[in-house]
Design a binder for this molecule. Structure first.
Ligand code: PBG
Length: 334
């Protein structure tokens, strides 16, 4: 039996949930295409679209195809792309990383020519370029050398800036990488190019599909001597503090979903810098796999996930869902 008597409740939170208009009025967090950064994997050749099996909808693209994707991103209101390069040859140093005709340098020039207002961010790391797949130069024992690697990172960042990159994003977790790159850019006259630091990057199994996409898996060993232990959050504060002191213009937390507490902590402690969350390849793959099986509603789950990053304190989200999400948001608005 349904009782007709009304209880004397003073607080009725449901009063504010009664209609779409009321819900919109009290909504605390918003999501829009402006929040997204779309990753592109660029490879040599022409008219190449090489799909990545573990990342449905994402492909390695030749420069001409990357331009088409970049135009699409801009048309959807996505403000930036982040480029990852797949070089023609790999060697112990990763020479193509800072070659004027390197794949990323070509892609930057082509995208900036075709869509000048789209921001081009570049990932600055060694792992896609080295034959051993590590994020730095190695000694004879196979240890990643920190300071020697910084020189390569500086050359790479400057080379990207010379090709026209708007922002450089060092992702290798070398100590002092932000200070070295800042000094290198300044010396080369690029005082206005911001550094988006992958400040807090964990040694995560969620990068699995990316390593197929960018062909950058380490040939032996792992990244635990430079990437962070997933158990640590105080150490995240230390990493962020150093990068702020070294002149980082943006901070990043990566991966995203299993680290929402870290995003919140960094946001609360460094509210003065824009914070980026990286919704990484493994997070993307999980949703795509579940959606392909009909187990989840892809559109709703993706938008809820991206909103979660914003609610946790991220200002920007690097996400492979960027174009789909921008399309869905546009449809909802119309
Ligand atoms: C390193 C880099 C990686 C990712 C972004 N930059 C791989 C790694 O650290 O092993 C992973 C991104 C993703 O999983 O989507 N250049």
């Amino acid at each position: 039996m349904i009782k007709t008597k009304q209880h004397q409740l003073t607080m009725r939170p449901r009063r504010l949930r009664r209609s779409p208009q009321l819900r919109a009025m009290v909504r605390e967090t918003s999501l829009s295409a402006d929040d997204f950064i779309y990753p592109l994997f660029v490879t040599h050749g022409e008219k190449v679209r090489h799909p990545i099996a573990s990342m449905p909808g994402i492909a390695q693209l030749s420069v001409d195809q990357a331009v088409i994707e970049a135009e699409e991103a801009a048309a959807l209101g996505v403000p930036a792309v982040i480029l990852f390069g797949i070089p023609a040859h790999k060697d112990p140093i990763g020479l193509e990383n800072f070659a004027p005709e390197g794949i990323v340098q070509q892609a930057i020039r082509a995208i900036k020519t075709a869509v000048p207002h789209l921001l081009v961010i570049t990932d600055v790391c060694l792992c896609e370029y080295t034959d051993h797949g590590h994020c730095g130069l190695l000694d004879e024992m196979g240890n990643v050398l920190n300071d020697e690697t910084l020189d390569v990172l500086v050359d790479t960042a400057v080379s990207h800036a010379q090709a026209g990159a708007d922002i450089v994003a060092p992702s290798g977790m070398m100590d002092g990488m932000v200070a070295a790159i800042r000094a290198g850019l300044d010396d080369a006259g690029f005082t206005q190019i911001p550094v988006m630091s992958y400040a807090v990057k964990y040694a995560s199994a969620f990068y699995g599909p990316f390593r197929d996409a960018a062909d950058g898996a380490p040939k032996f060993g792992d990244r635990k001597t430079h990437q962070m232990d997933p158990a640590n959050v105080r150490e995240a504060l230390r990493e962020a503090q150093l990068d702020v002191a070294e002149g980082a213009d943006f901070l990043m937390v990566k991966p995203g979903l299993p680290y929402l507490d870290v995003i919140r902590t960094i946001h609360d402690n460094y509210p003065e810098l824009p914070l980026v969350a990286y919704n990484v390849s493994g997070e993307y793959a999980m949703i795509k796999a579940a959606a392909a099986n009909g187990w989840l509603d892809e559109e709703r789950v993706v938008l809820e996930t991206l909103l979660g990053f914003k609610r946790a304190g991220a200002d920007l989200i690097i996400t492979y869902h960027a174009l789909d999400a921008a399309r869905w948001l546009r449809k909802i608005k119309d």
